[in-house]
Ligand binder design. Structure first.
Ligand code: PHE
Length: 326
């Protein structure tokens, strides 16, 4: 017998209805008393013997190893494991952090689920401020007659970390805040409900727009590995005064004009400006004592320019055909 599947047959053969032993046991009733006394116990002890033998046989078969199946070629070459790698957004974030820490900036952080106070009120956007309408906000809680700033939102901007950080630190300060932000957007190739921003905040006694320009130019030139020029256009953000939108010279044509920059030579990157004194005041600084600049822009946008990605939705699609290219 080779394997366990044959064991029931073996059992039937020696103990089953048609077995020799069973014939003897059934025949006991036809024997004389004397013969029965002799043969009965003998037949029973034979039966016990067979049962024990069958148990041993079973255990033996259960432990039997199929040598052929178990054979292992220890000299066979291993199977190559595909190593994982960083997501393009992480790559870009790491690179940005490297450039800024080399310039003496610290990296600051804040929660994704934020109070209305830090996301809006503290940075000069009180409840009735029309500026709130510029950002479609995911509200987590928003009661009608709530105390000022007590609602809870998914943060719409990394600017939410400005006052959080300044409440705990005094100028001079230089920080960057990379992080996830959320907006209740209709998504398309350039809009996502969940994306990343990149805030910079510098504050000291005498900080000017010239400092901003110099830091921005240094950063973008290092990031793209080619000389980048910065252009400011007047714009409005409640937490800065004056406020700008800033463009960088087109990374595709170097500023000559091409289809990437709609023939303008410039690409819009983000918002910036000189920190509003109301923001310093919300952080507990005396009005007029400090000056600073802040900027914010989208990480995805930068990654899209750098890697020539044409749809922002790819970043969170989970599609390996996309992420394996980096
Ligand atoms: N937080 C602004 C936005 O998300 C960008 C910004 C940051 C503008 C800092 C000026 C200064 O639109």
């Amino acid at each position: 017998m080779q394997d366990l599947s044959q064991w029931p047959n073996l059992k039937a053969k020696y103990l089953g209805k048609k077995s020799e032993l069973n014939k003897i046991l059934r025949g006991l009733k036809d024997l004389s008393d004397e013969e029965r006394k002799k043969i009965g116990p003998l037949a029973n002890s034979v039966r016990g013997e067979i049962e024990r033998w069958l148990q041993r046989k079973r255990a033996e078969l259960e432990n039997k190893v199929d040598q052929e199946k178990e054979w292992l070629d220890v000299t066979a070459p291993g199977q190559r494991i595909q190593p994982g790698h960083l997501h393009p957004l992480t790559l870009v974030q790491n690179q940005i952090e490297d450039i800024f820490t080399a310039l003496g900036f610290e990296i600051a952080d804040g929660p994704d689920v934020e109070t209305e106070f830090y996301n809006f009120d503290a940075i000069n956007m009180p409840d009735d401020h029309p500026g709130r309408d510029m950002q479609d906000t995911f509200w987590i809680s928003k009661e009608k007659n709530r105390p000022k700033g007590s609602g809870v939102v998914l943060r719409t901007q990394t600017s939410s970390v400005q006052v959080r950080y300044m409440q705990k630190h005094k100028p001079p300060l230089r920080i960057i805040v990379p992080g996830r932000v959320f907006r209740n957007e209709a998504t398309d190739a350039s809009h996502e409900h969940t994306f990343h921003q990149f805030e910079a905040l510098v504050a000291d006694k005498k900080i000017s727009v010239a400092n901003f320009l110099q830091v921005a130019e240094t950063f973008f030139t290092q990031f793209f590995g080619e000389k980048i020029k910065i252009r400011l256009r007047p714009s409005y953000f409640p937490f800065v005064e004056p406020g700008f939108e800033f463009d960088i010279s087109c990374t595709n044509c170097g500023g000559k004009g091409c289809s990437t920059c709609s023939q303008t030579g410039w690409i819009e990157v983000g918002g910036a400006g000189m920190v509003h004194q109301n923001v310093f005041q919300a952080a507990g600084y005396p009005r007029g004592k400090y000056q600073g600049f802040a900027w914010g822009f989208g990480l995805e946008r930068l990654a899209m320019m750098k890697y020539k990605i044409n749809d922002i939705r790819l970043f969170h699609s989970g599609d390996l055909r996309f992420s394996e290219q980096f």
